[in-house]
Design a protein around this ligand. Structure first.
Ligand SMILES: C[C@H](O)[C@H](O)[C@H]1CNC2=NC(N)=NC(=O)C2=N1
Length: 116
């Protein structure tokens, strides 16, 4: 399967279907260290990135935000001193979509490009 980080997000409407557990498992195998969380009955993809200070965490936050805007698909971002928690899910369908895994893979790429 093509590298998820090289893919683009697709337009996703409210009637797009959520990934089922089997599909989630297959996608999860293609990204590292992303946890599946559930909040308000909606599955989400979450990962915490560590940094040596607040400004590096903020720089990472900015880059992820820019890519989200480029792709039209946006995360929840919790930026703290030395760490950023990134959470992806598709609000319009109340669950996980391929787009969320594409963006998780892109988030990992951004992290690899930054000095921690
Ligand atoms: C109108 C706008 O394109 C939509 O609301 C987009 C924006 N970004 C989004 N981001 C995420 N994570 N889920 C969405 O359903 C979503 N919808």
């Amino acid at each position: 399967m093509a590298d998820l980080s090289q893919q683009k997000c697709v337009a996703c409407s409210g009637n797009s279907s959520k990934l089922n557990d089997e599909e989630i498992k297959q996608y999860q195998a293609q990204v590292t260290d992303w946890e599946i969380k559930e909040q308000d009955g909606e599955k989400r993809l979450e990962k915490c990135y560590k940094f040596s200070n607040f400004m590096k965490a903020l720089a990472f936050t900015q880059k992820v935000g820019e890519e989200a805007e480029n792709q039209g698909h946006h995360p929840a971002l919790l930026t703290e001193w030395g760490k950023v928690t990134v959470t992806w899910w598709t609000h319009d369908i109340g669950g996980l979509h391929q787009n969320d895994f594409v963006m998780a893979a892109k988030t990992d790429k951004i992290s690899e490009q930054l000095v921690k």
